[in-house]
Design a protein around this ligand. Structure first.
Ligand SMILES: C[S@@+](CC[C@H](N)C(=O)[O-])C[C@H]1O[C@@H](n2cnc3c(N)ncnc32)[C@H](O)[C@@H]1O
Length: 242
């Protein structure tokens, strides 16, 4: 049976489950991603990278980097800056490191948790994450940790799936994400349970105003949530006070 996101007994249990699940689907993750989002996901990542880059001096950090797509978008948006990706799942990181876009001279892909970022206070000009928030064992703890690791005036930029409102698009989206997609993915992913978890995590994702409020409670000075694709995805930009 697929693990429901509310079925974990502790943050540690959820972290271990998420890590194992992403390790198991790592070989097919990029293919599945492209199939699910018809390549729109790459456009959203480029936009998130531009929002995070600011002056472009860096360094920048991509949390839950996975196979590196947003990490590489960040590196392209800030061509002289140092860029670091971190993730819990070693299998995902290994795929990222094997890509042509990985430049070992100014990039790193490290195994760590976003809940304990291995960097000093104020280390990063910008921090990003794409489709990670709903997988975190403790979102508030992550926002506090990101705030600590950001320079004053630095930005945390997050992309996350949303359950879009609307009479037409809402049901269509639910039909696709909760009905069709898990079935197709179950066949392709090599881990039937993984996409049960994914569908469940999409069904239970917090509304954007709740996520934005949590960012504010963690101490971010200014938080903005912009709907993309009629609200199917949300871009959050949270600024640390200068
Ligand atoms: C849906 S994937 C997104 C990967 C990548 N950001 C992308 O856009 O394709 C979510 C990733 O978040 C990672 N993750 C989940 N919890 C994490 C945590 N506490 N710290 C670091 N990475 C985490 C997972 O291992 C997985 O690789």
């Amino acid at each position: 049976m697929a693990k429901g996101v509310s079925q974990f007994d502790s943050p540690q249990e959820k972290e271990a489950y998420v890590q194992g699940m992403f390790d198991s689907i790592a070989p097919r993750y990029d293919l599945l991603n492209r199939l699910m989002a018809a390549n729109l996901d790459q456009r959203w990542r480029r936009r998130a990278a531009r929002e995070a880059v600011g002056a472009g001096r860096g360094p920048f950090l991509d949390v839950g980097a996975g196979t590196g797509d947003l990490t590489f978008a960040l590196a392209r948006a800030a061509p002289r800056a140092r860029v670091l990706g971190l993730d819990l799942a070693r299998g995902m990181l290994a795929r990222g490191r094997a890509k042509k876009a990985f430049d070992p001279h100014r990039m790193g892909m490290v195994h760590a948790s976003g809940l304990a970022i291995p960097a000093r206070e104020g280390a990063f000009e910008g921090i990003t994450n794409a489709f990670v928030l709903r997988n975190l064992a403790d979102q508030g703890a992550f926002f506090r940790e990101a705030l600590r690791a950001l320079q004053p005036g630095g930005r945390l930029v997050s992309l996350e799936i949303n359950r879009p409102p609307g009479r037409v698009f809402g049901p269509l989206y639910r039909f696709y994400f909760l009905g069709v997609m898990p079935r197709v993915m179950r066949r392709l992913s090599g881990n039937p349970e993984a996409y049960g978890y994914l569908a469940d995590s999409v069904a239970r994702v917090d509304p954007p105003d709740v996520i934005a409020r949590r960012m504010g409670e963690a101490g971010f000075a200014h938080v903005e949530a912009t709907p993309l694709l009629r609200g199917a995805v949300v871009l959050f930009v949270a600024e640390k006070a200068a």
